[in-house]
Design a protein around this ligand. Structure first.
Ligand code: 1PZ
Length: 221
């Protein structure tokens, strides 16, 4: 329903949310609520892209949900920033360094957010490529190159990497993609807004990356 502003994706909103996160008083510690607000705006975009994206968006919805639940729990105050989360989960031995989550292994906040973190790099590279019309204007090539330039691909099993190689051909052409993404903008605003959006995502990425590195959590399963 297009009259429902709350349900409509807006790149301006998403850009503003990542900027807010990148410029908050605790930007270097990364505020969890701001980070998740920005991701929720992105979920709106994924939902607007149709059925082919459901398998991607459902994974993002799951992960944002897990992190929101930690925030709402009795331990929620330990999840106010990414830095506090890492410190708390390490101190209390809540991070599994050996096994991926399962019925027996609860997903930690740190490992859950790490998946979003790696995907953020993919997204900011893709949005930057779209803004600058790189890769001969071919969105499939932009998607493929952004995927392989992001840390996400390296941690996906071979079969997922192959599936992504096929799925990038389902992405719409640049003009359609940008129209879908920038419905709220005039022609003249589009490229600069996408550029600013990519840059604020990058700032948030770099702050989070520094924390994952400092706490030595970049490789947790
Ligand atoms: C339909 C066209 C898509 C083309 C672009 C492809 C983007 C790559 C997305 C790969 C999604 C793989 C599905 C889920 C995989 C999960 O297993 C992993 C690891 O989580 P775990 O299993 O360890 O709990 N999840 C992720 O890596 C997070 C994926 C988030 C992807 C968000 C990207 C948004 C794409 C926007 C495209 C415009």
């Amino acid at each position: 329903d297009c009259s429902d502003k709350k349900a409509m994706f807006s790149i301006t909103n998403m850009s503003n949310l990542f900027q807010k996160c990148a410029k908050s008083d605790k930007a270097q510690q990364v505020e969890m609520d701001l980070y998740l607000d920005a991701w929720e705006e992105l979920i709106r975009f994924l939902n607007s892209m149709g059925k082919a994206f459901t398998f991607v968006s459902s994974d993002v919805v799951d992960k944002v949900g897990i992190l929101r639940d930690f925030r709402k729990s009795n331990e929620g105050r330990n999840y106010a920033t990414i830095e506090e989360m890492m410190s708390y989960e390490k101190k209390n031995d809540l991070i599994n360094y050996k096994d991926a989550p399962s019925k027996k292994v609860k997903a930690s906040g740190s490992r859950t957010l790490l998946r979003l973190h790696r995907a953020l790099k993919f997204l900011l590279i893709l949005i930057g490529k779209l803004a600058r019309n790189e890769d001969d204007g071919k969105v499939s090539v932009m998607g493929y190159n952004a995927y392989h330039a992001s840390p996400m691909s390296k941690y996906h099993p071979w079969i997922v990497q192959k599936a992504v190689g096929v799925a990038v051909y389902m992405l719409p052409d640049r003009e359609t993609f940008i129209k879908q993404m920038c419905q709220d903008l005039s022609r003249e605003e589009i490229e600069s807004t996408m550029d600013v959006c990519s840059q604020s995502m990058d700032a948030v990425f770099e702050y989070s990356e520094a924390l994952y590195s400092k706490f030595d959590l970049l490789e947790i399963p």
